[in-house]
Design a protein around this ligand. Structure first.
Ligand SMILES: [Zn+2]
Ligand SMILES: [Zn+2]
Length: 213
């Protein structure tokens, strides 16, 4: 098994979790032994989130998708944004807020759970008044947390440890863009994403009655 950042290996990671006896849990429950909290911070692409969400549904996994209301890359208030939320929910996933500090304004689109975008250490783990902060003490310890940030596992890809049942429980942060678009480095992956984005934008321009002749 090679630990590449693509959907094939993502599926293997989830299969490994299954094989290790884990179940997919949601913030607000647990953590209990055997829980895996699949967390997706959607920084760049709703399309990537939807593709990952479809794959998870196929194999019976559920996750929490953290979506931004202040992204420069996508507009959650657009029709496309509203449809993405509806589709993720239809696939059985939860939707939380990926907030930019210090504003965490939850509305009816979100479950009461917040993940800060690029948090600084001073406020990263501070509990919030009401919603769950996914990095608060209850859900975060270095031993029970893995993240793929910038296409690097700081403590290694978790598939082996999952398969062996090595974590008591785990919060697994996976950014969909990194897995849906392929590249050997984050730079390559981002360029692949931009290529796909170009096609999507051309289509949107045509739908917006822009003359592309
Ligand atoms: Zn791996
Ligand atoms: Zn983020």
């Amino acid at each position: 098994m090679t630990c590449s950042f693509d959907l094939r290996h993502y599926r293997e990671i989830l299969d490994s979790a299954r094989a290790g006896g884990y179940r997919f849990a949601h913030f607000g429950e647990g953590p209990e032994n055997g829980d895996v909290f699949l967390r997706h911070d959607v920084d760049l692409s709703l399309d990537a989130a939807l593709r990952m969400g479809e794959l998870e549904m196929e194999i019976g996994a559920t996750a929490t998708y953290f979506l931004m209301t202040e992204s420069v890359f996508y507009n959650l208030a657009s029709r496309e944004g509203a449809e993405a939320i509806a589709r993720l929910r239809a696939l059985g996933h939860r939707v939380g807020l990926h907030a930019v500090y210090p504003i965490a304004r939850l509305d009816e689109r979100f479950d009461p759970v917040v993940a800060w975008h690029n948090p600084d250490p001073e406020y990263m783990s501070v509990p919030l008044d009401g919603p769950i902060n996914v990095m608060e003490e209850r859900y975060f310890s270095p031993q029970t947390y893995r993240s793929d940030s910038n296409q690097r596992w700081r403590s290694g890809c978790p598939h082996e440890e999952l398969r062996a049942g090595g974590f008591p429980w785990l919060q697994l942060l996976v950014h969909p863009e990194i897995w849906v678009y392929e590249g050997a480095t984050m730079g390559q992956t981002m360029r692949a994403m931009l290529e796909a984005e170009r096609e999507r934008r051309l289509q949107q321009l045509a739908e917006d009655r822009i003359d592309l002749s």
